[in-house]
Design a protein around this ligand. Structure first.
Ligand code: PLP
Length: 453
């Protein structure tokens, strides 16, 4: 149906090129225009309410209204709407936020560098690693290993780290020197008869073989999300990260934890690194850092990395990297307020109480469904995967995949959902969601699933 002339939908179709959207199909289908938010819900132009089952893009942890965050932004805008951090300039919101992050870090960290998005944070981490190895006199140690199905963003370097085909194809990516190791998805990637323990040992061995094949003196770092989010909500089996980290330590390869989704309570610990026993040298975070009220991200580095960066910058007279808006005072002030709210409401404790309602509810209600292959997740992040054959675990052909069809049907049941690669639906609601709202979300999801079958 053609939208009325001058409607938001018509003006959108005429003027906006959307991220992650089939541009040709959008010309026909048009947008879903969202006008306001309240708690875990957003509302469209017609006033229809939707539970946001992925908190927007796994990010709006405090939901879609919060007066304290509004006031924090207003106060800072009135006092100092902008100042930068280049050449040693500073301001209190960035100082406060850096201090709070260091205090809360999962392992001892030394310094915080601010950026505006998860992609920029990972891009910055890549550049820091290259700079670090140049500064400490090992310029050949530059290759970076990420993982197939990992998601680290869309800038040239972070899209190269991402291990998904549509982020590489037609973009001439990945860039040289970025490699991808295996995915820790036991359900799909284990060999017949392989136990979880054997599977994770094999993945660690394969990583080590890759490092040895490339030459350990050329491999600088390994990037991993605690749980792979956008690549499919893939939860690593117990023991995986311990084995991977032993390999990294043997070859002096830096470990970067991408906590862009898992940070700030999502997995039922403050950091995903704590849930999965990860000890990163560098940690990137974004999204829930400000509950997404304003864009801000951060890279934390440990003292070893900081000392290398400091040596390099002392030699050159500068660390030649930074964004105009690195540590912008308004998002930094909002992030400070966000972290205070997390502490005051004991957000991690809340996830530990309500997360199991979602995890058990998903498994109890949908495991036996004829289309459901696997249900996975931890804390307040989960996924339902659809298969055409429970025995072979094969997904449906792209043209008849369940996930995208279900997303459309679920809108009619008051849910905004997100389809996953392979074939699945993600669950990553605002962390403030109540047990009652979780059950409402699962009831609606069940009805959407009934409509499909
Ligand atoms: N890293 C992870 C784990 C992500 O999930 C994302 C985005 O979804 C990013 C990085 C990129 O963040 P952004 O979209 O803010 O650039």
């Amino acid at each position: 149906m053609t939208p009325p002339r001058n409607s938001n939908a018509a003006r959108d179709i005429a003027n906006v090129l959307h991220p992650y959207t089939d541009a040709r199909a959008h010309q026909k289908n048009g947008p879903l225009v969202i006008t306001r938010g309240e708690g875990v819900r957003v509302f469209d132009e017609q006033g229809n309410a939707y539970i946001e089952t992925v908190a927007g893009l796994w990010c709006a942890s405090l939901g879609f209204d919060n007066e304290r965050l509004v006031q924090a932004a207003l106060k800072q805008m009135r006092q100092l709407p902008f100042y930068h951090a280049f050449t040693g300039r500073s301001h209190e919101p960035a100082i406060d936020l850096a201090e709070m992050l260091i205090e809360r870090a999962p392992v001892p960290m030394s310094k915080v560098f601010f950026c505006n998005s998860g992609s920029e944070a990972n891009d910055t981490a890549v550049k820091m690693i290259w700079y670090f190895n140049n500064a400490i006199g090992r310029p050949e140690k530059k290759k970076i290993i990420a993982r197939i199905k990992g998601y680290h963003g869309v800038t040239v370097a972070s899209a190269s780290l991402t291990g998904l085909p549509y982020n590489h194809k037609l973009f001439d990516l990945p860039i040289q020197g970025i490699l991808h190791a295996g995915t820790p998805h036991y359900y799909h990637c284990a060999l017949p008869g392989e136990s979880e323990d054997q599977f994770t040992t094999r993945l660690a061995n394969e990583l080590e073989e890759m490092i040895v094949r490339e030459g350990p003196e050329t491999v600088a770092a390994f990037f991993a999300e605690p749980i792979m989010g956008a690549g499919g909500v893939i939860v690593p089996p117990a023991g995986y990260f311990e084995k991977i980290q032993a390999v990294l330590r043997r070859h002096d390869v830096l470990f970067v934890a991408d906590e862009v989704i898992c940070g700030f309570g999502r997995t039922g610990s403050y950091w995903g690194s704590q849930t999965f026993n990860m000890q990163p040298d560098i940690l990137t975070c974004a999204k829930a850092l400000s509950s997404s009220f304003l864009p801000i991200s951060a890279v934390m580095v440990n003292d070893r990395v900081f000392q290398g960066l400091a040596d390099g910058s002392a030699g050159l007279g500068t660390f030649g990297h930074g964004y105009t808006y690195s540590g912008h005072p308004v998002p930094a002030a909002v992030a400070v307020e966000t972290l205070k709210i997390y502490d005051e409401m004991d957000l991690v404790g809340h996830v530990r109480k309500v997360g199991p309602v979602m995890q058990e509810g998903l498994r109890r209600r949908f495991s036996d469904h004829p289309l459901v292959g696997e249900i996975r997740g931890v804390g307040m992040i989960g996924a339902v995967e659809f298969v055409s054959n429970k025995e072979t675990r094969a997904n449906f052909d792209p043209a008849v995949k369940i996930g995208p069809r279900l997303v459309k049907i679920a809108e009619g049941h008051g849910l905004i959902m997100r389809a996953l690669p392979g074939d699945g639906i993600a669950f990553s609601p605002p962390l403030i969601i109540t047990a009652e709202e979780v059950n409402d979300m699962l009831d609606r999801f069940g009805r959407a699933l009934d409509d499909l079958t």
